[in-house]
Design a protein around this ligand. Structure first.
Ligand SMILES: *[C@@H]1O[C@H](CO)[C@@H](O)[C@H](O)[C@H]1NC(C)=O
Ligand SMILES: *[C@@H]1O[C@H](CO)[C@@H](O)[C@H](O)[C@H]1NC(C)=O
Length: 986
């Protein structure tokens, strides 16, 4: 890493000591005595710079507040804008994205960046919304994806098995991709006028390397660095250390060190509320901003989550405690993983996760923002959007009870070291998850000396499982807020007034004080009845109030304070004036505000609403009217000067077909077990050696399905043999990943299944049958579900999928194996829906899951009736939707099927549901508009694999709406839905 100093302010050359927090700043000696306002760069550009405090973009410090979103987990281009609006409305300024190598180079050397895999429309949407982008192109990305995003052909890459290490053979595999993706991303870098400010190399590269390769993998990382830079990347490079271990922090292969933190999972709360990460930060990366490359925003569901308790681990309190503790450690850049999770449609996911990638995030899988955590996260992010003083802070006092009157309450002090005034006091219980409500006073230093808050009356309150950020000497434009116990959501300059929005929980006493250069002006109550007491003494104005409902006070002509309870604060939005007017407006009321601009004296607001509700607009007095989604609403001016009106919600008529009442056409989708089935065009599984290398073959030929280019869904084998006459049993051992299963036929006789377990990779079975006659020709047919590959297999492929072993007891017939998976294998048939969409059942191979199949000759059979034998049955139906335009109506498929069944369903050819009767755990499968045609024809197809003799059917399959919003989003164009075309004989 090169670095140079381009701003020199020698006066700050010596270390600053703080007097206010009454403690010597910790470990200052570890901080290099670099000039404090110098900025580091990567030597390639100066648009993105950094120092030990924070990053800057074009010379301006910035809290990089980012949310992770994978456009390819929402395969409808027009909906990307929706997620980006909702992310921006949180107060975030950046979005982080993974590029999925396996999606775009599924066939080696052939890139598919078309349609939903094209990144250009994503950057178009980014431009509309105004966000920075952190790109994470891998090549390895993990992300709960099959093989962590590596293409399937890794399974048979001939030149060596050691990936993610300094292996020349591996470099040969990744370099074309790196060149291709860099060529596509480079024009979107900030250095070329685009939004990309950072690029991440690799991902959580913290797994032990293969023997003989360097560790940590500095040579490999250096190769990535050089290759990306040679290919035109010049923004700073980062890497996300999987835990806070310091990997690559000082090796020179990255520019800014970041690390990942997931203190919570769906079954565990690991606490992680110590401030030990601050010391680690100072020792690992003292010259870098404290940057969380991934900060848990939820967690993913697994097949094992039958009694999914994830939501309870994801309550807003978790994020109050965790994130506020992280801010206290001067974290000035963080990326919330995920902010919108989306869907593992097709077979994107690794073996442990079902279709949903909801992740219990702020924005739900159906794109709704009704979870309370969305509102909580919005309150937090907005504070940092308006607090430049935070960008030069240090954690000066770790959690201590020495400032509080109640020993159960601890506080830490994070102070602006450059301005030497503003401090952020993070308060929580000494036992963070304590359910108790504590009353206390806080005695803390301010520019007016030590003050005990509240001064006028009452005590402060800290509810159980809560955390607060109190401010001292905080700048509101030219004004000094001496302290506030109520938390700050935002402040904005509107005309000549400084409007601040402060909140607490309902019923709490709070106190806020301002100091002025001369005599303090009067405090006037404009609205509400929160004010309990006030005091003007010389230069200080103090308000003591109850944070219930909404009240508004002014202090002199220029300061206006909204005093709210948190639930009122949830209704506030801050919107940048994007297409006319300058600065921001504050809008209270609607479900979502997407955008605002001023044209003449009219404020145009676009957004969504799900109920008739008041709207209040705090904007320039020059604005005299409001249009909501282009419709004028009548307004009055309130006593506080804001405009007040009503947004009406018109409940539409919504007609959704009942799937059980439709006509379903059906065919057998396992003709392979009927006698005379011709598999001569199948792939020969005849390799007598394997490139796997980790595991020695225990079968005469390599029977790993990945060897032959089949990586997704249901995969079939046929083993032909001439009986010796001793065959009475068949033993098989397979590995398919968690939740997998298989069924086996001898000729046309079903001999058994392995139902699998939600947490077993593999399984073995011995199936018996009546003794075969010597010299007879037989075939054993096996279908198994490939659940997705493992992640993190850097030291070779230790868990190949498919048949690991088989025998016929003591009989030893010679078996000739054939294999079949998705049509075309890596040269997959459906370039529009991508390489992960299809599996290998007969109907899928034929393409019958797509619209436009002529089913007139097919029998009528409903999946609700199903079958009464083991096997695989395919069902398809059609219906029309005529949903009202102008509404966003998220729809989900609610699915339950019989035990011992495995179900896939397709909507207009896109596979949007993988269900396993014995595990669930998912029943509600959101399918976005654009996959469903809201104004037009739809085809829904279901593949039901009955693993037991009793057959299988669907007991519940319905389309349910999970919300109705009148929306300003605009028309959603459907994704490409290629229709059925004859695929030829095979
Ligand atoms: C910071 O402010 C305190 C209190 O006003 C003062 O004593 C101290 O000297 C200041 N430090 C610097 C480096 O200006
Ligand atoms: C990047 O920095 C250069 C040099 O300071 C500046 O001219 C250019 O406008 C910046 N680019 C963007 C997109 O801000």
């Amino acid at each position: 890493m090169q670095s140079f100093v381009f701003v020199i302010l020698a006066i700050f050359g010596s270390l600053i000591t703080s007097s206010y927090c009454h403690i010597t700043p910790p470990n200052q000696s570890l901080v290099p005595s670099k000039l404090l306002l110098s900025r580091d760069t990567n030597g390639l550009q100066e648009n993105v710079t950094w120092d030990k405090y924070s990053m800057s973009v074009n010379g301006k410090r910035l809290y990089v507040y980012s949310g992770e979103f994978h456009p390819w987990r929402l395969p409808v281009i027009d909906l990307w804008l929706d997620i980006l609006h909702k992310l921006k409305a949180l107060g975030y300024n950046a979005v982080s994205v993974y590029v999925h190598w396996g999606l775009v180079e599924a066939e080696q050397g052939v890139f598919n960046f078309n349609g939903i895999f094209n990144w250009e429309p994503f950057f178009d949407a980014i431009k509309k919304v105004g966000l920075y982008v952190i790109v994470r192109p891998g090549p390895y990305i993990n992300a709960e994806l099959s093989a962590g995003g590596f293409p399937g052909w890794r399974q048979h890459a001939p030149e060596g098995i050691y990936w993610r290490v300094s292996n020349e053979a591996y470099y040969k595999q990744i370099t074309p991709y790196i060149n291709e993706i860099s060529r596509r991303l480079a024009p979107h870098q900030i250095t070329n006028g685009g939004p990309i400010i950072l690029l991440q190399l690799e991902n959580e590269l913290s797994v032990a390397a293969a023997p003989g390769y360097d560790w940590p993998a500095n040579q490999y990382m250096e190769y990535l660095r050089e290759t990306f830079i040679d290919a035109g990347i010049n923004v700073p490079l980062i890497h996300n250390d999987v835990a806070h271990n310091g990997y690559y922090a000082t090796s020179g292969v990255i520019d800014i060190y970041t690390y990942d933190t997931y203190p919570i999972t769906c079954s565990n709360w690991n606490g992680a509320l110590s401030q030990g990460d601050w010391d680690k930060h100072l020792s690992f990366a003292p010259g870098h901003p404290h940057f969380l490359g991934e900060n848990g925003g939820g967690f993913y569901a697994q097949w094992t989550d039958a009694n999914n308790n994830c939501p309870s681990f994801m309550d807003p309190f978790v994020f109050r405690l965790m994130y506020k503790n992280q801010y206290s450690m001067s974290v000035t850049a963080m990326n919330i993983y995920m902010i919108y999770g989306g869907t593992n449609w097709g077979h994107l996911s690794f073996h442990r996760t079902p279709t949903t990638y909801d992740f219990v995030t702020a924005i739900s899988e159906d794109r709704s923002i009704t979870r309370e955590k969305y509102s909580e996260m919005k309150l937090q992010a907005h504070l940092f959007a308006v607090s430049p003083a935070f960008l030069t802070t240090r954690l000066l006092v770790k959690s201590t009870n020495s400032y509080t009157s109640n020993t159960e309450v601890v506080v830490s002090c994070t102070k602006d070291e450059i301005g030497n005034k503003t401090a952020f006091w993070t308060v929580r219980h000494s036992s963070p998850l304590s359910p108790n409500t504590s009353q206390f006073n806080l005695t803390i230093p301010t520019s007016k000396g030590e003050i005990t808050i509240p001064q006028l009356s009452g005590t402060l309150t800290l509810p159980g499982k809560d955390s607060r950020i109190y401010l001292t000497d905080y700048k509101l434009g030219p004004y000094n807020m001496l302290y506030s116990s109520a938390e700050l959501f935002t402040w904005q300059k509107i005309d000549d007034t400084y409007v601040a929005v402060l909140y607490g929980s309902p019923g709490e006493i709070h106190e806020t004080a301002f100091t002025f250069p001369g005599k303090a002006p009067n405090i006037t109550l404009l609205e509400g009845n929160a004010l309990l007491d006030k005091q003007i003494s010389n230069d200080t104005a103090i308000l003591n109030y109850n944070s219930t409902g909404q009240s508004v006070v002014s202090i002199g002509p220029d300061i206006k304070l909204y005093l709210l309870d948190k639930f009122e604060a949830y209704k506030f939005w801050v919107s940048a004036l994007s297409c006319g007017g300058e600065g921001n407006v504050i809008v209270k009321g609607p479900y979502l505000v997407r955008d605002a601009c001023i044209i003449d004296s009219t404020l145009h607001v676009s957004g969504d609403t799900n109920a008739t509700a008041p709207i209040e607009v705090i904007a320039s007095s020059k604005i005299s009217s409001i249009k909501w989604n282009d419709k004028e609403i009548s307004t009055t001016r309130s006593a506080t000067g804001s405009l007040i009106g009503l947004i009406t919600f018109a409940s539409p008529e919504i007609d959704i077909p009942v799937l059980s009442e439709l006509e379903w056409k059906s065919i057998d989708s396992l003709p392979e077990v009927t006698s005379g089935y011709d598999d001569s065009k199948w792939v020969d599984a005849s390799n007598t050696t394997t490139v796997n290398g980790v595991r020695n073959l225990t079968t005469p030929t390599d029977l790993y399905s990945g060897t032959y280019g089949f990586h997704t869904g249901y995969i079939l084998y046929r083993g032909h043999f001439t009986a010796t006459g001793n065959e009475t049993e068949f033993y098989i051992q397979m590995l398919g990943g968690w939740g997998f299963g298989y069924s086996v036929w001898l000729n046309d006789i079903f001999i058994g299944s392995n139902i699998g377990s939600a947490s077993s990779h593999g399984g073995q079975s011995t199936f018996t049958f009546s003794q075969l006659a010597a010299g007879t020709e037989n075939v054993v047919t096996i279908i198994y579900q490939q659940m997705g590959y493992n992640e993190n297999e850097s030291g070779g492929i230790t868990n190949p999928r498919g048949i690991w072993n088989y025998n016929f007891g003591s009989a030893t017939p010679a078996v000739t194996w054939k294999i079949q998976g998705n049509h075309g294998g890596e040269n997959y048939a459906d370039k529009a829906r991508g390489p992960y969409n299809e599996g290998g059942t007969y109907a899928e191979r034929k393409g019958f899951h797509q619209p436009g199949v002529d089913t007139t000759s097919w029998p009528t059979l409903s999946p609700f009736k199903g079958t009464e034998t083991a096997g695989v049955q395919f069902y398809t139906t059609e219906f029309e939707l005529k949903l009202p335009p102008g509404y966003d109506i998220p729809l989900s498929f609610n699915l339950t099927a019989s035990a011992d069944s495995r179900v896939l369903f397709f909507v207009n050819g896109y596979q949007f549901g993988r269900y396993i009767g014995n595990f669930g755990p998912q029943h509600l499968f959101p399918v976005p508009e654009g996959i469903l045609n809201y104004q037009g024809e739809n085809t829904v197809s279901v593949v039901i694999w009955a693993q037991g003799e009793a057959g299988a059917h669907i007991s519940e399959f319905s389309i349910v709406k999970t919300g109705v919003y009148q929306t300003g989003l605009g028309k959603i164009r459907s994704s490409l839905q290629p229709r059925y075309l004859e695929r030829g004989a095979f």
